[in-house]
Design a protein around this ligand. Structure first.
Ligand SMILES: C[S@@+](CC[C@H](N)C(=O)[O-])C[C@H]1O[C@@H](n2cnc3c(N)ncnc32)[C@H](O)[C@@H]1O
Length: 213
């Protein structure tokens, strides 16, 4: 039987159930620092596409009063997230199987103060942007916040490294690609999520914020 192609696109390593990715290892400290400035107090956070879970565990250690619901459609990633959760004194809950190309389970509607998603929409079909917006709109309470992290294109002002990355992704799958921030804003706006600002992060990544009306 052929193994389904993994959808994480990272050079992962494994110890026990815990997976390590160099990207998540590099991003976790600046991300936790930036999120700590914006995360509402005692927030209940849904993370989409939690990957290895290492980043989530680090954020929980930095933002000590959050309750963090990790998720991923990939079973191996969910097992890894549950492994990393052991370091978080109960802040990280058992991971859920959430795929943004499917409707969000009814019991999760209106439950969360914030939604976080990093490095997913460029390595998933373009429909994942609208899927993520629909999941965020359904999952968040009114006034809830979205934090979206990763590479984005800014029209003619795009970082050359992100333009080159977009080209490499498209060779792999024409439906993948670094997304234009203006397009993401438009799609999220249509889902009732107002653009709230953007923060430049290391290595030409950005943390983009939206708020549910
Ligand atoms: C590059 S990894 C990023 C993991 C983590 N967020 C990070 O920044 O280290 C991309 C993740 O997106 C998940 N993913 C891919 N397609 C998805 C979808 N349709 N819905 C939700 N997650 C998806 C993959 O399983 C994988 O864990």
């Amino acid at each position: 039987m052929t193994r389904k192609q993994p959808i994480h696109l990272e050079d992962r390593k494994m110890r026990g159930a815990r997976l390590y990715s160099p990207t998540a290892g590099r991003n976790k400290a600046p991300l936790a620092q930036a999120l700590s400035l914006y995360m509402p107090h005692k927030a209940s956070v849904l993370e989409i596409a939690s990957g290895t879970g290492e980043q989530a565990a680090h954020i929980c250690q930095r933002c000590r009063d959050v309750t963090w619901q990790p998720s991923d459609p990939d079973a191996e990633s969910r097992a890894s997230q549950n492994g990393w959760a052991l370091d978080t004194e109960g802040a990280m809950l058992p991971s859920l199987n959430i795929n943004v190309l499917m409707p969000l389970a009814e019991e999760l509607h209106g439950k969360f103060d914030a939604l976080f998603c990093s490095n997913m929409i460029h390595i998933a079909p373009k429909a994942s942007v609208a899927g993520l917006a629909a999941v965020a709109s359904a999952a968040l309470k009114s006034g809830g916040e979205v934090f979206l992290y990763g590479p984005f294109l800014f029209g003619d002002d795009s970082a050359p490294s992100n333009v080159a990355f977009a080209d490499r992704l498209k060779l792999r799958d024409p439906d993948w690609g670094v997304r234009e921030l203006d397009l993401v804003k438009h799609i999220f706006g249509n889902a009732g999520l107002n653009y709230a600002g953007v923060t430049a992060m290391p290595a030409n990544n950005h943390l983009v914020r939206f708020q549910k009306i």
